[in-house]
Each structure stands twice: as structure tokens, then as C-alpha cells.
Design a protein around this ligand. Structure first.
Ligand code: UDP
Length: 357
């Protein structure tokens, strides 16, 4: 197949602003190339693909970014700025798409979904979030009636936010195992990884580290400065070590030294890339039973699941975290979330979309 991937209109690939979508897109490109498919990627200016993906053609587009939907009111209208990056990327994709089999959209936004009704070429949507916008959910429900196969999700729990879809297509996610080195040491510090923004619940992990009198290592882009300083003020001075945003290779080296990752989402997390990245390095995860994490973490085998917001349970599971065999964490990723497993699921889905459109 020749597939045109349309990236997120929030942040260039490599900026960290686009969150998990950046890694997901790169992983899928790796998997699709290794299965012999031809891949074009349309992405914001300054984007870079992983070195391993150099066979994919990258098309860069300039323009004004969208505002992320999780940071807007649920009932906000869809807004397209002047010189819109999103519409520029779509125009480019349609142009390249004349010679392609299908467009695959990664942006959680109104315009590309609406275009499903108006294009000659099929456009499939890998939905990257739970329901964060009324206009988008209503549009998906309308388009889905006519194009029931054009939407896929990362996890069942994420798809539950779209109850009008009775049998959702679930593709999970994929990770290039070669990029993550297993580390067996069980005595390291505590880790938290993610965009520093309210929906990620950093304050709960900070509370846990603070109670233990330990430092919490935090990796990720600070998207909301005032939220970050509120979290910092909620605990003893110096108990958060802000490590900043690192590219995958450096991140995995540091993350692999940790004894556990704490994952504390406050929203219906679509998947939770950082959980799998930690597991790939051999780091067990204690996470909230909310969204994707509840389907990834194998309770008692690769970490522990606790009821959402139950920080004290998180504390007690930390006492027994060394009972988890770090090899089992890595094994789970190899068996369930490699780039090839992911790409095979996506190809099966796209083949169905092409057939039914
Ligand atoms: N990430 C990174 N470097 C960092 C911190 C985070 O590359 O220092 C990436 C991480 O690899 C993951 C993404 O940020 O792919 C966060 O994705 P996740 O699915 O956990 O959450 P999202 O941001 O999509 O809500």
C-alpha cells in the first residue's frame, strides 16, 4: 500500500508538544516500512522522523497551530486560524494522496474528520484521545454512520467514550524494541514521565514521593507553567527533580535506572505510551485503573493497578514493587506491543477501510 500519514497540528515531530502521537506515528512508520509499504508523512515544519524511518518521505508544512482540545472547554466550537497549519497539512495530503491508497489522519480535530464525507480517496482516523470535545464526538457519531470502519482507537476503555460505536476497532500501539535497553537494577529512584499538564495528575505522584521522603524524577515538556509551580509548591522543596524533555534514546537510558514509574492520569488516557516505554526498559509501573493503563499494566506481573486517585494504595504497592520481575515487564512489551504487531493491526484495519469505502 501507499499510505499518507497526517501528523498532529500541535507541535512539530520531536517537540514533545504533540504528546504520544509523535512516538506513535514514528513507530507506525517503522512497522509499515518493515512490512514493505510505502509511506509519506505530512507534518509541521521542523519535524524530524526517527533515523530508522529515512525511507519514508517527509513533507513539511508551515502555518498556525491548533489549540489542543483537552485544554479547551468541552463545548468550544472548532476554530480554524488564519494560515491554518491543519488545513495546510490536509491540502498537502490530498495532493500527495492522488497517488496513494489511503490517508491516515492522526490529528484529533474536526476538519479532517468532516472531510471523510467529501473526499474521493479514503481517509482513516486513528483517534488519539477520549472524548475531549462535543463537536468532535458529535461529528464522529455522524460520520461513523456512513463510514463505520474509518475510525480506530488505541484501547477499549478509550473507545468507551464513543458509546455510539458498538464494535470499535482497537489497534493498541507499538514500540521499536531496539530503542529500549533492558536494565535489571531494582534500587533506583522513582520516575514520572509525561506532559506536565493538569490531565496528567503529576501532583498525585509528587504526593507519594513526598510521603516517602524521596525525590521524584520528572521527564517531559512543561506545557502548563502555573500548574507545574502549583505542584512544586504542594510538596517539600526539592522533592521534584525536573529533568526536562529528552529524546527517546536519552530518556530510556535514565528511565531504565528507576525502580518504578508512577502513572497518575486524571482523564480517560487513550493509551499511555510512557507505561510501555518504562516496561520495555524493565521498569514496573504503578498506575491508576483509568483508560489505557488499565489494559496495559498486568496487576502483580508488570506492576500494580490502583483505583483512580488512590495515592495511599500507590504508596503501599511501592513497598512491594521489588517483587515484580523486571524481565517480565520487558517480555510483555515484546509479546504485545512491538512495531510489527502494531503495524499489522493497522494494515488489517486500513485494508478493510479501503475495501468498504
Ligand atoms: N516523551 C519524550 N521525552 C520525555 C518525556 C516524554 O519523548 O522526556 C514522550 C514519550 O516517549 C511519549 C510521550 O512523550 O511517547 C507521552 O505520551 P503519552 O501517551 O504517555 O501521553 P500523551 O502526551 O499522549 O497524553
Amino acid at each position: 500500500m501507499r499510505i499518507v500519514l497526517i501528523s498532529t497540528p500541535i507541535g512539530f515531530l520531536g517537540s514533545g508538544k504533540g504528546g504520544g502521537v509523535e512516538l506513535t506515528l514514528n513507530s507506525l512508520v517503522t512497522g509499515l516500512l518493515s512490512l514493505g509499504h510505502c509511506v509519506d508523512v505530512v507534518a509541521p515544519k521542523n519535524s524530524k522522523l526517527f533515523d530508522i524511518n529515512k525511507e519514508a518521505k517527509l513533507h513539511l508544512v508551515e502555518g498556525v497551530e491548533q489549540v489542543s482540545w483537552q485544554h479547551q472547554n468541552y463545548y468550544s466550537p472548532a476554530i480554524i486560524p488564519d494560515n491554518s497549519l491543519l488545513s495546510g497539512m490536509l491540502e498537502k495530503a490530498i495532493c500527495i494522496g492522488k497517488k496513494a491508497d489511503i490517508l491516515l489522519n492522526f490529528s484529533y480535530d474536526w476538519l479532517p474528520i468532516w472531510m471523510t464525507l467529501n473526499l474521493n480517496i479514503p481517509i482513516a482516523h486513528l483517534i488519539s484521545m477520549g472524548s475531549e470535545s462535543s463537536v468532535i464526538s458529535n461529528l464522529i457519531s455522524r460520520v461513523h454512520i456512513q463510514y463505520p470502519y474509518n475510525f480506530a482507537f488505541h484501547s477499549n476503555t478509550q473507545a468507551c467514550d464513543y458509546p455510539f460505536i458498538k464494535n470499535p476497532i482497537i489497534v493498541g500501539n507499538g514500540f521499536e524494541l531496539k530503542n529500549y535497553i533492558f536494565q535489571g537494577n531494582k534500587d533506583g529512584p522513582l520516575a514520572w514521565v509525561g506532559r506536565v499538564a493538569p490531565e496528567k495528575g503529576l501532583e498525585d505522584a509528587a504526593y507519594v514521593a513526598n510521603k516517602l521522603g524521596e525525590t521524584l524524577n520528572v521527564w517531559g515538556i512543561i506545557q502548563d507553567e502555573s500548574y507545574a509551580s502549583k505542584v512544586e509548591q504542594s510538596c517539600t522543596s526539592g522533592s521534584i527533580d525536573w529533568k526536562g524533555f529528552l529524546e527517546t534514546d536519552k530518556l530510556q537510558k535514565e528511565l531504565g535506572k528507576c525502580r518504578a514509574l508512577l502513572n497518575t492520569p486524571k482523564w480517560n488516557e487513550a493509551y499511555g505510551n510512557v507505561i510501555v516505554e518504562a516496561l520495555a526498559c524493565g521498569v514496573p509501573v504503578i498506575g491508576y485503573k483509568r483508560g489505557g493503563p488499565s489494559e496495559i499494566i498486568q496487576h502483580g506481573e508488570t506492576g500494580f493497578l490502583v483505583e483512580p486517585n488512590d495515592k495511599d494504595s500507590m504508596l503501599s504497592y511501592l513497598q512491594i514493587i521489588n517483587k515484580i520481575n523486571r524481565r517480565d515487564c520487558r517480555d510483555w512489551v515484546e509479546k504485545n506491543a512491538s512495531t510489527n504487531i502494531f503495524a499489522n493491526r493497522v494494515v488489517k484495519w486500513l485494508t478493510k477501510v479501503i475495501k468498504e469505502n
